[in-house]
Structure formats: structure tokens, C-alpha cells
Design a protein around this ligand. Structure first.
Ligand SMILES: NC(=O)c1ccc[n+]([C@@H]2O[C@H](COP(=O)([O-])OP(=O)(O)OC[C@H]3O[C@@H](n4cnc5c(N)ncnc54)[C@H](O)[C@@H]3O)[C@@H](O)[C@H]2O)c1
Length: 398
């Protein structure tokens, strides 16, 4: 029997994402056996006592801390996940760089382009590999869509349509969590959902060069929660209300460096769609479209010479698409959201072993933050804004 190399993991913050990162690390030994590693969940850090209890009793961590600084000081922790609310990302990531620990951080990487820039530059200067939670990239159908787009199978690319329309805040009784605070979350749905859409568009098509955008806040007051929850669930509310300080909705037009045009739209307050995250890419010879609510399917049309049944073929995920075959041995059987995080964990740990940046990187997150900032500026003055070039290499044109 071969012994797998143990790799010490620390997870900072145990809300929805922190718990998912922990599950994802645990899956890597089995799903990616060729890496020859077994992640060891050494410690979690979260100020909430309930999260500390869950860390050791439910999730399998050896210990739990209230402060992330204690975790970062532990020499047996070789890699860290940063899953805190957005306003803590830059502070914690810079401390991780200081401690020499490669990190996997949730998006958005801070609450401003300036914060994202400082983190990306610090990681680069320290020679650390990183990973950022742009998990939808790892969807097998998206990987295949990208292949179609980038190999010319769709002809010359003309335009993309991307929308991330969710209902997690559609009820006026949804609580006023950290996500509604400008200081703690940034520009609302722009860095929250839309940053996934911009990343997907860049991953499939190339860098976004310029944007013009409209934004609005449709529900301006919300009840203050009286208990904490995890992600979007589990909060109780009282009579008191407070102001929503950031964007519920964004609509954008974009131009890509390569001349492709795009429309992107995102909402966190739509009534009807639950999590309708759609990417459509069009070329002169065909198109492909994917919807997160049907994660395992891709609709493809690759001919302009239609007969009476001309239109989309609905293909199911299969071994030719991305990492699908690591998760299911039988076509027609579905992968799920958590599996995308498992792939992200494996890419991160493979990068730690090899030094080659594989997952979406801190530079990609900086690039996304520059798109966010251009969107907010355009919504304020009604003009087109160029997205500044960043000097670090990104992974989406690899
Ligand atoms: N990639 C995705 O699809 C995706 C999905 C959801 C959330 N996210 C991102 O993940 C991050 C976390 O979101 P969530 O839904 O898990 O949030 P959450 O509200 O469920 O959890 C946040 C956790 O952070 C902890 N925390 C607060 N202050 C802390 C501190 N000083 N030190 C350590 N921990 C602290 C809280 O106690 C809580 O347990 C956000 O940046 C969010 O944008 C990404």
C-alpha cells in the first residue's frame, strides 16, 4: 500500500463556504488519487462558538480557534482557505502571505480593486500559488463550451449573453446581513453574483476591455437579524429595520479585447428564478448555452444549414467534458455544486505541489475587481469605462 503525503489545511471562517471548503479538501484524496496527497484538516478559525463546535465535532478539524491569527501562526498548517465576509478578505490574505501560506480565497477578493490589487501583488511577490472561488468555471459543460468557443467550432465569435438571476433576497423579509453593507460587502450584487458572470465570460471569450452599466437597489430597507445564520439561511428577524446600502441589480454592455460584444445582467431580488445562471456564446457558425439550474447539460448548435429539425442538441455531461468522469461513472448521472469546489480544491493543491498556477488566481480576482469598479463608475456617470489592464498574468487566456 502506498502512503499518501499529508498536507496540513487551515480554514478561516466556517459559514456556508468554509464548511464547503472543508468538504472539498476531504474529497481530494479519493477523487484525485494520482496527486498522492491526503489533506489533513488541522484547524478552523471563526469567532462564533457554534462554528468552533461544528469544526471539531461535525467537520473533522483537529482544533478550532476564535482568531485567524492563531491559525496562521501554526507551522503545521501548510495551506489556508479564506472564507470570511468580503471586508476581511484583504486583511486575512495579506496576513497569509506574511505567514508564507498559499491560500484559496473566496470571491470577491476584498471590497475594492485597490484591495484586490494589493493581495494579488503580494502573493506574486512572495511566489505563492493561489486559488479563487470562481467555481462555475470548473463545470464540465463550461469547460466544453470554452473548448468549442476557443477552437473555432462555433466559427468567429460574435457575442455572449450572461445572466445570474437569483432570488435569495427577493423577500422584503430577508435579513439585513453583512451582504447589504457597502463597507462589508462592497457593491452588492456586482462583486457577489455578477463577478462570477464576468469571470465566466472572460474564461470562455477573453478579457473584458470596456463596460457601460446601470445599477439599482429595489428593496431599500430590510429587517435586522436577531440571530446569525449560514449563507442565506437560518436567520431570525425582529421589528427593527435598516438600510440596504448596495446594489440589488446590474445590467451591463461589454466589449472584449478581441472585438466580441456581450450583455451581462444580475439580480439578487428576482421573483421566480431560483439561481438561473446562464452563459450563452454565439459565433458565425453556431452557439452553445448553459444554465446552472441544469448543471449537467449543454445545448449546442454547430451548423447554419438547418433542415426541418434544425436547432439545439441537448447533450448530457460525459467523460469528454472536463473532470466529469472523476465524479460519475455512468452518463446521465449528475454532478452537483459541491463537486465544483472539489475540483477547485484539487487544482489548488496540485498547484501547491507543482508550483504551476492552475485554479482561477489572485490576479484573476484583481481583474474581476477592476471590472466591478468600472461597472460602478459607469452606473454613476452613464459613460463607457475602460477596464484597466493589470500587469500580472491571468489564467483565463491560458
Ligand atoms: N463561490 C461561491 O459560489 C460563493 C457562494 C457563497 C459565498 N461566497 C463567498 O464566500 C464568502 C463567505 O460567504 P458565506 O456565504 O460563507 O458567509 P456566511 O455569512 O455563511 O459565513 C461567514 C462566516 O465568517 C465568520 N466570520 C466573521 N468574522 C470573522 C472573523 N473576524 N474571522 C473569521 N471568521 C469570521 C462568521 O462567523 C461566519 O461563520 C463571501 O466572500 C462570499 O462572497 C462564494
Amino acid at each position: 500500500m502506498t502512503t499518501k503525503k499529508s498536507i496540513g489545511v487551515g480554514v478561516i471562517s466556517l459559514g456556508w463556504m468554509g464548511r464547503l471548503h472543508a468538504r472539498a479538501y476531504r474529497s481530494v484524496g479519493e477523487r484525485f488519487p494520482e496527486l498522492g496527497i491526503e489533506p489533513r484538516l488541522v484547524a478552523a478559525a471563526d469567532p462564533l462558538e457554534e462554528a468552533q463546535r461544528a469544526a471539531t465535532e461535525d467537520l473533522g478539524f483537529e482544533r478550532a480557534h476564535a482568531s485567524y491569527r492563531e491559525l496562521l501562526a501554526d507551522p503545521s498548517i501548510e495551506v489556508v482557505s479564506i472564507c470570511a465576509p468580503n471586508y476581511l478578505h484583504a486583511e486575512i490574505a495579506l496576513a497569509a502571505v506574511e505567514a508564507g501560506k498559499p491560500f484559496w480565497i473566496e470571491k470577491p477578493m476584498g471590497v475594492s480593486a485597490e484591495q484586490a490589487r494589493s493581495v494579488a501583488r503580494a502573493a506574486q511577490a512572495a511566489g505563492l500559488v493561489t486559488a479563487v472561488g470562481f467555481n462555475y468555471r470548473h463545470t464540465p459543460a463550461i469547460e466544453y463550451m470554452r473548448e468549442l468557443a476557443r477552437t473555432g467550432a462555433l466559427g468567429r465569435l460574435t457575442n455572449v449573453r450572461v445572466w445570474l438571476i437569483a432570488d435569495y433576497n427577493s423577500s422584503p423579509l430577508s435579513p439585513l446581513t453583512w451582504r447589504a453593507s457597502r463597507d462589508r460587502a462592497g457593491a452588492g450584487v456586482v462583486p457577489d453574483l455578477m463577478s462570477h458572470g464576468a469571470d465566466l465570460a472572460q474564461y470562455v471569450v477573453g478579457r473584458i476591455a470596456s463596460v457601460t452599466a446601470m445599477t439599482d437597489t429595489f428593496i431599500t430597507e430590510r429587517p435586522v437579524p436577531t440571530t446569525t445564520g449560514v449563507g442565506h439561511s437560518g436567520f431570525e428577524i425582529g421589528e427593527e429595520t435598516g438600510p440596504v446600502e448596495n446594489e440589488d441589480y446590474v445590467a451591463m454592455l461589454v466589449r472584449f479585447d478581441n472585438g466580441v460584444l456581450g450583455t451581462l445582467e444580475s439580480s439578487r431580488v428576482s421573483v421566480g428564478p431560483r439561481a438561473e445562471y446562464v452563459v450563452e456564446v454565439y459565433g458565425t457558425n453556431g452557439s452553445a448555452r448553459w444554465n446552472f439550474e441544469r448543471l449537467n447539460e449543454l445545448e449546442v448548435c454547430t451548423t447554419v444549414d438547418g433542415g426541418p429539425t434544425h436547432g439545439y442538441t441537448r447533450a448530457m455531461a460525459n467523460p469528454a467534458w472536463g473532470e466529469w468522469s472523476r465524479y460519475q461513472p455512468a452518463i446521465g448521472t449528475s454532478m452537483g455544486f459541491d463537486d465544483l469546489k472539489s475540483i477547485e480544491a484539487a487544482q489548488f493543491l496540485r498547484s501547491v505541489l507543482t508550483g504551476e498556477q492552475l485554479a482561477p488566481s489572485a490576479a484573476d480576482a484583481w481583474c474581476a475587481a477592476e471590472v466591478d469598479e468600472a461597472v460602478v463608475a459607469s452606473a454613476a456617470d452613464g459613460r463607457w469605462h475602460d477596464v484597466p489592464h493589470i500587469e500580472l498574468p491571468t489564467t483565463f487566456n491560458r
